[in-house]
Design a protein around this ligand. Structure first.
Ligand code: GDP
Length: 303
């Protein structure tokens, strides 16, 4: 139960407080709702999402004529899943091309969020499904980024296409696509530079990389995954907004969910950005990347 283990911090703070609250109140009244609201806000669920959840809870409590807090956790879980899914759960799986065709996945995100680690983990995951995976070292800006990707490439056992530091990332992508096609690879995962200091540069660079990729393969990149660090809380939302404006983000990978007691950020991201969280990082090791599943997440919190 990786999910459950990875959510331990959030469970230890948020869930145990909810359980305390339930034990303390027994009766469902306005004071109970107010304290619950406060706990949800502390867990970084985000103001709007909390308000939506509270509305749903109040409605359900009234409809079912619920008087005491016994079993209220089950209703909270159910409503959290409902808010998360909003009928879009099918988006969670990766948009993979049919066998024999190259799938290109572009990774974007700010330095330090765990982008390189996530690329390594995803490569490992796809390889263990029997796919041939190659990596493109498109972060030519940050010192050490290329070497770090190579380390993951060696660890996982996949070829890394790279040039020297400071070279044009679009040229790296061009080489990488050619190489991946030649080797008949199934998946090419592309790293990109993650500086946010200059939004115009970021946009220009991502646009150029995007253009080069889609010139070689018309509907590629098939996924643009944004890596966000769960421990940065609401700040992750601000980053997401910037990247959303700079490029066509198709999914989010929320890293370091194991490192935060505020795992509610998953819900805030989903509700505010309307971009599905496709994977979550639950540790530093190769197999600590899990496809996101709202039910497993919510029940992992309350189980
Ligand atoms: P990048 O600069 O975005 O490429 O970030 P890195 O991949 O170098 O990761 C930064 C740090 O975060 C490293 O120490 C990673 O081991 C760590 N890290 C990445 N993902 C996770 C995760 O899901 N959980 C934990 N606990 N640490 C992670």
């Amino acid at each position: 139960q990786k999910f459950k283990a990875g959510l331990e911090k959030t469970r230890n703070s948020f869930t145990s407080k909810v359980n305390d609250l339930v034990a303390r109140y027994r009766k469902v009244d306005e004071d109970f709702f107010e304290e619950l609201e406060e706990l949800l806000l502390q867990a970084d669920v985000g103001f709007e999402t909390v308000m939506e959840l509270m509305d749903k809870l109040r409605f359900e409590v009234q409809r079912k004529n619920i008087k005491d807090t016994n079993g209220i956790q089950a209703i909270i879980s159910e409503k959290l899943v409902e808010i998360y899914e909003q009928g879009e759960e099918d988006l969670v799986t990766l948009n993979m091309q049919p066998a024999g065709e190259l799938t290109v996945i572009l990774f974007v995100g700010v330095n330090g969020v765990g982008k390189t680690t996530t690329i390594g983990k995803l490569a490992h995951r796809l390889k263990s499904e029997g796919k041939t995976v190659m990596l493109a070292a498109g972060d030519t800006f940050r010192a050490g980024a290329i070497d770090q990707l190579q380390v993951w490439g060696d660890r996982v056992g996949c070829e890394v296409i790279k040039q020297s530091e400071g070279s044009d990332p679009a040229a790296v992508m061009y080489d990488a696509i050619r190489a991946a096609k030649n080797r008949k690879a199934d998946v090419l995962i592309c790293d990109t530079a993650g500086r946010l200091q200059n939004k115009v540069n970021l946009m220009n660079e991502l646009e150029k990389v995007h253009r080069v990729i889609s010139r070689e393969i018309p509907d590629a990149p098939h996924e643009v995954l944004l890596a966000l660090d769960a421990t940065t809380g609401q700040n992750a939302l601000v980053q997401a907004q910037t990247f959303k404006e700079a490029t066509n983000v198709s999914g989010i990978v929320l890293t370091k969910l194991d490192g935060t007691a505020k795992g509610g950020i998953v819900l805030a991201i989903r509700n505010k950005l309307h971009i599905p969280v496709k994977f979550v990082g639950l540790g530093e090791k190769m197999d600590d990347l899990q496809p996101f599943d709202a039910e497993r997440y919510v029940y992992g919190l309350f189980a």
